[in-house]
Design a protein around this ligand. Structure first.
Ligand code: PMP
Length: 371
């Protein structure tokens, strides 16, 4: 049988596995940071209407610039982000993974490097690899915060072209404060002062669940700062595949050099526009999930687990001598959580109250079995 390595594949892809959490058929799935609430019925009706309209013109290519969608995303960001952005500041793609890919295609690539502070969202490193960008793994403190002094020193020494700051960070839930971002931004620009500086990408996929406001206002006067967002989490629309960025309009012009023509289908644009009409209802679910996240933190501590402070819709808990066998033991109780490979820790996504109860029962039972 032919294997991947028998093909004339790029050397850096040999022996590698694709990204992916196990998709197992178990009663309670709390492993991929999805929103547990299905879209409300009136929104499903509105999606149907909007998609029906779009279908009448599917013989034509979609709006390549997605102007109406970017206008509505700019309105949402302005309303919730504490800073006024225009459609020219916003760009949209098929999930924030594609946003990150377009950024690395435009600002990374062969001969260039990107740096992230790990453990963090593993796709940053994987997309770097896919785009031929060298990856530099910066470290975090033992409590998963970023050590500003060590980080700025590392940036000065390694001179990356792109710096990723994930806030709130996946898988730890840790938020990064504005002061840290500004220090890293300045360090990244100073390190590359002989060129046009370095791009700093703040991945805010989970920011709607945070106790802190968005870092959006920081893009003012900083053309090399980009905010990446998604409708997969707060909008409960992971299946839609809609991510977006906010930045200086020049960054939007730059990603247009690498985006595929008509990358965002008319059906996707219509669906996202329908969802944005229902923002208030969807953000109501976010409030419920934040309360459930806080309950998970409290109860996990009460049971005797260590918990990392979380600003996201998930909680990192431990510590386990062998996190993989703890993951399996929880699965044996019918609950799927995530083993992100952070030694000693597992991650659980906040689900519905009933799902969270099932999870808490499982970890209580495990604590009894192996105290
Ligand atoms: N950034 C972070 C930090 C994530 O955790 C995820 C999804 N797990 C993404 C980006 C990508 O999400 P999507 O492509 O669905 O927008």
């Amino acid at each position: 049988m032919t294997g991947i390595d028998d093909l004339p594949i790029r050397d850096e892809l040999r022996g590698k596995s694709p990204y992916g959490a196990p998709q197992l058929d178990v009663p309670v799935r709390l492993n991929t940071n999805e929103n547990p609430y299905p879209l409300p019925e009136p929104l499903i009706e509105r999606i149907t209407e909007r998609v029906r309209e779009a279908a009448r013109e599917l013989n034509r290519y979609p709006d390549r610039e997605a102007v109406e969608l970017r206008t509505e995303l700019a309105r949402y960001l302005t309303r919730t982000g504490g800073y006024e952005v225009a459609p020219a500041n916003v760009w949209a793609a098929n999930g924030s993974n594609e946003i990150i890919q377009q950024l690395l295609q435009a600002f990374g690539g062969p001969g260039r490097t990107a740096l992230g502070f790990e453990p963090s969202y593993s796709m940053h490193a994987l997309i770097a690899r896919g785009t031929g960008t060298g990856w530099i793994s910066g470290l975090r403190n033992a409590d998963f915060t970023i050590d500003v002094e060590a980080a700025t020193a590392e940036i000065a020494a390694r001179r990356p072209d792109v710096v990723f700051i994930c806030s709130p960070n996946n898988p730890t839930g840790t938020a990064v404060d504005a002061g840290t971002v500004l220090a890293l931004y300045e360090a990244a620009q100073a390190a590359k002062a002989d060129t046009a500086g370095a791009l700093v990408v703040i991945d805010e996929a989970y920011v709607e669940f945070s106790h802190r406001p968005s870092l959006l206002p920081l893009i003012e006067g900083r053309p090399n700062l980009v905010l990446s967002r998604t409708m997969s989490k707060a909008f409960g629309a992971a299946g839609l595949r809609l991510g977006y960025l906010a930045a200086d309009p020049a960054v939007v012009d730059a990603v247009q050099l690498v985006r595929l023509p008509y990358h965002l289908s008319a059906v996707t644009q219509a669906t996202a526009l329908a969802a944005l009409e229902h923002t208030d209802t969807l953000l109501g679910y976010v409030d419920e999930l934040k309360a459930e996240r806080d309950r998970l933190v409290e109860e996990l501590c009460a049971i005797g687990y260590e918990v990392t402070d979380s600003d996201a819709n998930f909680v990192q808990f431990g510590r386990f001598e062998d996190s993989h066998s703890a993951w399996q033991a929880i699965l044996d109780h019918g609950v799927l959580v995530r083993d992100n490979g952070v030694p000693g820790w597992l991650r659980v996504t906040a689900g519905t109250p009933a799902e969270n109860d099932a999870f808490l029962d499982a970890v209580r039972a495990i604590k009894k079995e192996t105290p």
